[in-house]
Design a protein around this ligand. Structure first.
Ligand code: AMP
Length: 120
């Protein structure tokens, strides 16, 4: 899938719309989810134009991939959920129910996160 630079996270990265920033480095931005599903719900995104995990794994630089991985752990420390535990989710494509076509990791915690997936 070609990257669509009109997606909402591309607009956040350009500064066209605001976000509540949690952390940032040269390659990565972390901000609060606008509709939190748990007490802590932070989105971690690469600053580069990557649609999903497949795209990122295949084409991002090693430096970008390291920064992204470390930012997830950093966010858990910053938000105080690292010790008690948390969940990291990336929704990919249609079956993964991905709504925003810019790679993002959901970092969820601050309370029990529940079953891994809905089995109904
Ligand atoms: P996904 O289904 O994995 O693509 O999730 C997209 C997430 O982006 C949802 O949890 C939304 O609540 C969140 N979201 C959408 N628009 C914004 C926004 N402007 N600021 C922060 N989070 C957003």
């Amino acid at each position: 899938m070609a990257y669509d630079d009109t997606n909402i996270f591309a607009k956040i990265l350009r500064g066209d719309i605001p976000c509540t920033r949690v952390a940032e480095d040269d390659h990565t931005l972390a901000f609060e989810d606008i509709n939190p599903a748990r007490a802590v719900h932070v989105l971690v995104i690469p600053k580069g134009a990557y649609t999903d995990w497949r795209d990122f794994a295949a084409t991002a630089t090693a430096e970008e991939q390291v920064a992204f991985t470390r930012m997830i752990a950093h966010v858990a420390e910053l938000t105080g959920i690292a010790e008690k535990g948390y969940r990291v989710i990336s929704n990919i494509g249609r079956d993964g129910h991905q709504e925003v076509p810019h790679l993002h990791m959901h970092v969820l915690g601050g309370e029990a996160t529940g079953p891994l997936v809905d089995r109904s």
